[in-house]
Design a protein around this ligand. Sequence first.
Ligand SMILES: NC(=O)c1ccc[n+]([C@@H]2O[C@H](COP(=O)([O-])OP(=O)(O)OC[C@H]3O[C@@H](n4cnc5c(N)ncnc54)[C@H](O)[C@@H]3O)[C@@H](O)[C@H]2O)c1
Length: 261
Amino acid sequence: MFDPLFSLEGKRTLITGGAGSLGTLIAHSFAERGAIVTVQDLDHDRLDIVKSSIGESNQNVFMIAADLSSARECKLVVEKANQLMDGIDIVINTAGINRRKLISEVTPEDFDAIVSVNMRALYFISQAAHPIMKAAGGGTIVNMSSLSARYSFNTISVYAATKAAVTSITRSTAREWAKDKIRVNCIEPSVIKTDFTKTLWGEPHRSKWFDETTPIGRLSSPDEIIGTVIFLATEASSYITGQSVVIDGGILSGGDWDSYA
Ligand SMILES: NC(=O)c1ccc[n+]([C@@H]2O[C@H](COP(=O)([O-])OP(=O)(O)OC[C@H]3O[C@@H](n4cnc5c(N)ncnc54)[C@H](O)[C@@H]3O)[C@@H](O)[C@H]2O)c1
């Protein structure tokens, strides 16, 4: 059944980091639902794989290879996506990196690298998309934050700080751009079973720990994130802006004081 509330038909969508685990899935899901999609990524080879897996003949899917750690590249990517799709209705900011190290081991170069992609690229992609979306009468932005914005683990201090910044930038941009009919929201997933997190769930003791401390009893799979992304990108969420949706299997819901009994 066609549901106009969740319709992506003809929606011109830019997905940064779109050749990654979540980005690829989002690109597929949006293209299948009739969106016009521009997939941006640093990784040329993975972009080719996304292109061929969606279908080389699909006239509504475009690829842009670029390094978003440069703010200038962010602007160029948005301009190119605007040209390719003749406008931009939706931006999904998915590009992200992590370098897991204890605080005592983090170098200034590590710090800048993580900040430049997770925080600065998202900020300047959004800034460049704003006038285009405003001129088109509005749009939606969905940012990939993380549960680590509010619940940290050892070795992810810089990553967690950038994700807290993503949640904050989501609120600030939502406030400033609501008058332009641009809604901005983010999702805060806990660990999803992707290549990005394989070193965590691939270790049996860590996998056991996640399963036992997550009320739903397991980690999520990438396809359990898509529904929320579609909800936030479409009319289904027309009165929601500046919010973070936590997707954590219940971790933040609290604890069980009989668990050591
Ligand atoms: N996987 C998880 O458990 C999880 C949980 C919470 C949040 N997230 C967030 O979701 C997003 C996607 O995660 P994923 O699991 O798909 O990771 P991923 O590593 O598979 O995808 C990230 C993509 O970003 C791209 N990228 C990295 N640096 C770039 C740069 N300088 N310029 C352009 N592109 C660049 C990579 O090439 C990659 O394709 C990230 O922002 C991540 O922080 C992931």
